[in-house]
Design a protein around this ligand. Sequence first.
Ligand code: DHB
Ligand code: FE
Length: 282
Amino acid sequence: MATLIGGLGSSHVPSIGAAMDKGLTQTDDWKPFFDGIGPGRDWVAANRPDVAVVVFNDHGNSFFLDKVPTFAIGCAERYDPIDEGWGPRAIPSFEGHADLGWHVVDRMVENRFDPMIVQEIEVDHGLQVPMELFFGKPETAWPVRVVPVFVNVIQYPIPLPSRCYELGQVLRRAIESFPGDERVVVIGTGGLSHQLQGARAGFTNPEADREFLRDIAANPGRLAALSREDYVRLFGSEGAELMMWLVMRGAMDPEVVVKHSHYYVPASMTGAGMLVLENRAA
Ligand code: DHB
Ligand code: FE
């Protein structure tokens, strides 16, 4: 059976990708953020996953507001990076793991989650940027296959934090019942605190972000019990993306070890973080 070897968390700020594209990672603005990602990359290189299950939200790029699934699972053999308006980026397409995608859908349905099934879609910065942060920018091919898990945190009503946590528990059972020998990581993306629009545009909350990074490892029940309104209040309207880290955390054991944690604010308009968790039993 496939093995879950770790849970990773990462912001997905698009200008992190642009900074890497333009060779700006060592500028005064970006160096403090990029200085903290090395241990995450090293962990991935040392632990050699075969598959990344990437929990992220599309930002109106592939799903516009006319059609927004609450939860959707990628069951495609390939995902092209979408052009978000600045032209195509020089990164390879993502090879999918369709069999694992279908298996996840099946386990979700059996557990009374009823996701949308996606067989053709392009993926935006929500998936691209965390992949680049953990795996680096490959010349030809990414070293892992991906299963995208789309969560709606854009069009209200968005799902409950507790529901996201439960989805992670189902994801864990799906991974561990998949007939294969793949080594799998689950990546939760988005956040940390940011608000890109409205009266609180520019809002960040470093104190709440640091508490989140601590409790997502040590006390995820507290974060799963918060309301959607709590997420918006504490982390900003776009900071509600942090609910997707609960999917990742729900896939892990109750007891985890923090292998790496990094926080820097602001990256663009966002409190930016990276986290690497292993199950304590492992
Ligand atoms: C920014 C952050 C995001 O999570 C996002 O999806 C878009 C922009 C930002 O801080 O610029
Ligand atoms: Fe986002």
